[in-house]
Design a binder for this molecule. Structure first.
Ligand code: MIC
Ligand code: SF4
Length: 646
């Protein structure tokens, strides 16, 4: 039987395990990427492993998230990251060079390889036919030290595309339509592999939009074949030498299949507050819009920006709309400047931001109270924009531009003939903001500012423990809910003590007081898909710092589940008979045999001290994960296993 693309890449990188869905495997990691909001911690963790130089083929450290620099903290982090990269053998993409996913696609991604990134949208690079997976920072530290990446072998799910997109319908509408069908958990445990004649009409940047937002389905990653369009993109980037052809064998078998007829798609929109609340734009036209944001790692390619410029050319933004545009990379911004599109955007009244994540992660441009904001981004979780009661809608660049002109949600097809966008046949390549690491790094000092704290070392799992329930939450809790981001909080990503004061702030401002006064360890009670969204390990590290040792939920999102284990927090799943309302806030619990039961793969005994009941709660983890939990986290485990093998 033939193989899928994902199977081909995994097979050629397999370090351990059997490539059957549900089995634990490990793969060799060729490339890593980090961004500044997760990178500082990842590198501090790597540093504690005492390895002189990274052992990957290529690693890149990007600065794109925390670029507001409203105090010394972000700037200090940038300086730390730059000196660290130079010292340890990592390429450094300076602030201003662009969003990690866009730049990595342009300059480093190549078909057939594996890429691990400390950002949940790392799968964007799957547009080039590579296996790109988003993980927590500790996994990056492990990969930098030469260790393979462990994962549960996903099912390979085929998404067949056929036909061609109609005018005014673009790649964003394709992925919104997939999200409408799969929902925010439909991709869990799966790799979404694209095929079919419809992909021939999609350029690499359009494929990147689709692969990027595959993360919102919960999928491990998304992957496209590498063919003619891939070669064209790499040639444009003057990297034709990186091209190899890669496609699924004709007789490859898939665990499931979804077919999308591109010609039947129409402009779509994701309504507040979840990326899968998708309806056709025409169903909600006329709603007044206050803000339009175009950019982010989802929709900020040269094609997208030139399309927006062409739509706005010679027109002016509606008087009651604030239009902000952040091109994805310096390469894109430079090209827009050279070909006149930037002037069109400025003339239309757009506010041009730097090439960074910006408003997508609440770094400025929060909308007014109760505002409607249309964004070409990938997440519209409540409060993520920085304005708790704002309504955020996710749309294509075309739909965003139409709303900017009319001041209300508008089906872009109303604009008449689609403007012609002639993409350049040559682009200017300028990598001068990507600094190569020092060849003789011995003399380099890593510069640390006062905001960079050391990483807390976790105690090993105790033999027994008493804990109390600190919080009970519902389904689909995001890591933005657990550990908010935004301009107020992000400066403390390198300072665990400070950032931990914001844990669950938006959900329950009383949480932090309860945690402090508890005197016991903490338990969180969750629903389905606990921890969906970002890869930020701070959503595990900060609760752990406060004393959380157990989360009991109906199910967990992939990256967050690993982050919990890597920081020594037990992800327990509800057994039949145990209901959420048995575990009210304040209930005290005893875990009398904790360490022994984890070691023996036995269900965990929990004695409810308040209601005098006993529960046996399953811990569904692999043998390796068990030993990480016993050690109190991945860092302790690596240090211990390294010293044992010495
Ligand atoms: C996001 O989009 O939520 C982020 C900010 O890029 C995160 C990473 C982070 O929290 O630093 C992600 O997607 O992993
Ligand atoms: Fe940055 Fe937004 Fe992309 Fe996250 S989703 S990497 S914050 S642009």
């Amino acid at each position: 039987m033939g193989s899928t693309i994902a199977e081909k890449i995994i097979r050629s990188h397999l370090a351990s395990g059997v490539m059957a869905p549900g089995e634990e495997i490990s793969v060799v990691v060729d490339q890593t990427l980090t961004q500044d909001a997760t990178g500082t911690m990842a590198y501090l963790e790597f540093e504690s492993l005492n390895i002189p130089r990274v052992r990957t083929e290529l690693s890149v450290s990007y600065v794109d998230h925390n670029t507001l620099q409203s105090g010394f903290e972000n700037a200090d982090d940038h300086r730390f990251l730059q000196s660290f990269a130079s010292r340890y053998g990592i390429y450094f993409s300076k602030p201003g060079n662009g969003i990690c996913h866009q730049v990595h696609l342009e300059r480093f991604g190549k078909p057939g390889i594996t890429l691990l990134g400390s950002d949940s949208h790392t799968p964007t690079a799957g547009a080039l036919g590579l296996l790109a997976i988003g993980v927590g920072g500790l996994e990056i530290a492990a990969a930098l030290s030469g260790r393979p990446y462990f994962l549960i072998m996903p099912e390979i799910f085929k998404i067949g595309l056929r036909g061609d997109l109609s005018p005014w319908v673009s790649a964003k509408d394709v992925i919104l339509s997939i999200l409408q069908k799969l929902g925010v958990t439909g991709g869990v445990g799966k790799i979404l592999e694209y095929s079919g004649s419809g992909i021939n009409g999609l350029s690499v940047p359009q494929r990147a939009t689709i692969a990027n937002m595959g993360a919102e389905t919960g999928a491990t990653t998304s992957v496209f074949p590498s063919g003619r369009n891939t070669l064209a993109f790499l040639t444009l980037q003057k990297r034709a030498g990186d091209y190899i052809e890669l496609s699924a064998d004709k007789d490859a078998s898939f665990a499931g299949e979804l077919t999308i007829d591109l010609s039947a798609l129409e402009p779509l929109i994701a309504c507040p507050h979840s990326p899968d609340r998708v309806v056709p734009v025409r169903e909600i036209t006329g709603k007044k819009v206050n803000q339009v944001c175009i950019g982010s790692c989802t929709n900020s390619s040269l094609r997208d920006m030139m399309m927006v410029a062409a739509i706005l050319r010679g027109k002016t933004v509606h008087p009651e709309v604030s239009l902000v545009i952040s091109p994805g990379s310096r390469q894109v911004l430079g090209m827009l400047a050279r070909n006149g599109s930037l002037a069109d955007l400025i003339s239309a009244g757009a506010r041009i931001l730097e090439t960074a994540c910006g408003p997508c992660i609440g770094m400025g441009q929060s909308p007014p109270s109760g505002a409607v904001s249309l964004r070409t981004y990938n997440r519209n979780f409540k409060g993520r924009s920085g304005t708790a009661d704002a309504e955020i809608y996710l749309v294509s660049p075309e739909t965003a531009a139409a709303a900017a002109l009319f001041g209300k949600i508008t089906d872009p097809r109303k604009l008449g003939a689609l403007p012609k966008v002639a993409l350049p046949e040559n682009i200017t390549i300028d990598d001068s903001l990507i600094l190569a690491p020092e060849k003789e790094p011995e003399g380099i000092t890593v510069v640390r500012g006062p905001n960079i704290s050391s990483i807390p070392t976790g105690e090993p799992l105790p033999g027994s423990m008493k804990a109390s329930v600190w919080l009970r939450v519902g389904d689909d809790i995001t890591t933005d809910d657990i550990m908010p981001a935004g301009a107020r909080v992000l400066p403390f990503r390198s300072n665990i003590e400070k950032i931990s004061q914001f844990v669950f702030e938006g959900i329950d401002p009383g949480f932090i007081g309860r945690a402090r006064q508890s005197g016991l360890r903490g338990v969180i009670i969750g629903g389905e898909n606990y921890g969906q969204g970002s890869s930020r390990e701070h959503a595990a590290l900060a609760p752990r710092f406060l004393g959380v040792r157990v989360v009991i939920a109906r199910s967990f999102a992939r990256i967050h589940r690993s982050n919990l284990i890597n920081f020594g927090i037990l992800p327990l799943t509800f057994p039949p008979g145990l209901r959420e309302d048995n575990l009210e806030v304040g209930v005290e619990l005893d875990f009398p045999n904790l360490r022994r039961e984890v070691a023996e793969s036995a269900p965990i005994t929990i004695h409810d001290l308040t209601g005098s009941r006993d529960y046996r709660v399953p811990l569904d983890v692999t043998g390796r994960e068990r030993s990480i939990l016993m050690a109190g986290g991945l860092l302790n485990w690596i240090i211990r296993s390294t010293s044992q093998s010495d």
